[in-house]
Design a protein around this ligand. Structure first.
Ligand SMILES: NC(=O)c1ccc[n+]([C@@H]2O[C@H](COP(=O)([O-])OP(=O)(O)OC[C@H]3O[C@@H](n4cnc5c(N)ncnc54)[C@H](OP(=O)(O)O)[C@@H]3O)[C@@H](O)[C@H]2O)c1
Length: 438
């Protein structure tokens, strides 16, 4: 029986799942690849930590060189996270001719190009299915199954923590801070939730998806990012009234040679497939000229779901080794990106503001919108505390407007002017709205 030796960088949540699948599915993995898989070395930080899986003690090390420089190891599975140090380990391993499977979106979204170019040169595989949307096989679908199509849009719910928070807020009418606290207690949100709630995690995944979908290198810095911290129970209630749900969306669109790439809370019409994606689930909606619409749905994180994606990559690497075809796909970013300026992004928008409940206020607001070429699709005005507006002082009302499609720059200018009106106490929130709804 031929054996392939693999090294693991990390044995935390994902690493433990990977080791478990290797142990438990050994026989099937052999039948599918023709190789017996042996974990030769595992890098961890703390050698004394109790592990959730039984592995021989002598394979553990806290010295990265023991894994990277081991000539018997052909495949390096990187599930330790981190950027600079991890990048160096991966570069050293590729230079040793090792194939890499990683779950590290942070690293791929920032340094993907450099690593892919090196892997191409060395004819090594560098695979990263688990880096985007965990268990959902979207990277391979875009790179292989849909390779002949012209993909025009990829839109996804890519962060389980924020989707859990927004789903709970929608189901229970609860406020952001309360649901975040509960999510932290349940282990669905980190103690420091910044990367999730500010949209950075989703932005890294959106950058990776945009790069693959449009064959053009898009990095984290190219993504315009807005998180969900400003979304309140009031916004969610208005969304419901208007026929929408609010989701944190990663959006990548290609039009007229330009790539629009952003992450922002979005009003999605109730009848859109993404509107039904709740809790910690992720989904990616793809529009191709030949394909039409397709949606990929599943678990975006967790020990075994993420490990399933990692091991799918390992199986492919092994099959490539068997057929001597490693590095066969390589870097597919052959176009030069032209990222759309945020000011040129066009969408419908929701605006919620607090104003005096007196004649002429709406006329003032709509005059400013008109002067800035912003036309209004619908207006709701709800007076006072009896309508649930806790911020409303006597004689104040909440006004909600949904605009028709408008350039970002025009909308910003108009809302700034509206905020300066004497009768307007506060502009609470502006949220993008996807086409559709009632
Ligand atoms: N968790 C998920 O559901 C999920 C989903 C998709 C992608 N990912 C990605 O998968 C990667 C791993 O995530 P995870 O949740 O499994 O992380 P984790 O539970 O924190 O595990 C990290 C592992 O790496 C080891 N490690 C970290 N830094 C090290 C260092 N400097 N030197 C040596 N060992 C080090 C740790 O050692 P000790 O055990 O000794 O501390 C631990 O075993 C990350 O890139 C993450 O973004 C995770």
């Amino acid at each position: 029986m031929e054996t392939i030796k693999v090294g693991l960088l990390g044995l935390g949540t994902v690493g433990t799942g990977v080791a478990r699948i290797i142990k438990e599915n050994q026989e099937d993995l052999f039948k599918k690849t023709g190789y017996h898989i042996e974990i030769k070395k595992v890098l961890v930080k703390n050698l004394n930590k109790k592990r959730n899986i039984e592995l021989s003690e002598d394979i553990f090390t806290d010295n990265p060189l023991d894994v990277i420089m081991d000539k018997d190891i052909q495949v390096l599975i990187e599930v330790m996270g981190g950027i600079e140090e991890t990048k160096k380990h991966i570069i050293d391993a590729i230079n040793q001719g090792k194939h890499i499977v990683t779950a590290n979106k942070d690293l791929i979204a920032i340094s993907g190009q450099e690593l892919f170019e090196l892997a191409d040169q060395k004819k090594c595989d560098l695979m990263y299915e688990a880096a985007v949307a965990g268990a959902i096989p979207i990277v391979r679908a875009l790179k292989e199954s849909l390779a002949a199509d012209d993909i025009v849009e990829v839109m996804g719910i890519l962060n389980g923590t924020t989707n859990y928070i927004l789903s709970k807020m929608t189901q229970e009418g609860a406020d952001f801070a309360d649901v975040l606290k509960e999510a932290q207690e349940l282990g669905y949100a980190e103690a420091d939730p910044t990367s999730d709630v500010e949209g950075y995690d989703a932005a890294r995944k959106t950058a990776i998806l945009a790069s693959i979908a449009f064959s053009s290198r898009v990095t984290f810095d190219d993504v315009n990012v807005e998180g969900i911290t400003k979304i309140s129970a009031r916004d969610i209630a208005y969304a419901k009234d208007l026929g929408y749900v609010i989701k944190l969306l990663g959006v990548a669109k290609r039009e007229n040679g330009q790539i629009e790439v952003r992450v922002n809370p979005t009003f999605i019409p109730n009848n859109h497939p993404l509107a039904a994606v709740n809790g910690v689930y992720n989904a990616v909606f793809v529009k191709g000229k030949a394909l039409g619409d397709a949606m990929f749905y599943g678990r975006g994180a967790g020990e075994l779901p993420t490990a399933s994606a990692v091991m799918g990559d390992v199986v492919e690497v092994l099959r490539n080794i068997r057929s001597n075809s490693n590095g066969r796909i390589g870097c597919t970013c052959y176009h030069d990106k032209n990222i759309k300026d945020i000011n040129d992004i066009v969408s419908k928008s929701y605006i919620r503001l607090l104003a005096k409940d007196e004649p002429g206020v709406l006329a003032g607001v709509t005059r400013i919108l008109g002067e800035n070429n912003v036309s209004v699709e619908s207006i709701i005005q709800r007076g006072g505390r009896s309508a649930g507006c806790e911020d409303c002082a006597t004689g104040e009302a909440e006004v909600v407007l949904v605009t028709h499609t408008v350039r970002h720059e025009q909308l910003q200018k108009a809302t700034k002017e509206i905020g300066k009106l004497a009768q307007v106490a506060r502009v609470y929130n502006i949220v993008r709205v996807e086409e559709g709804g009632k």
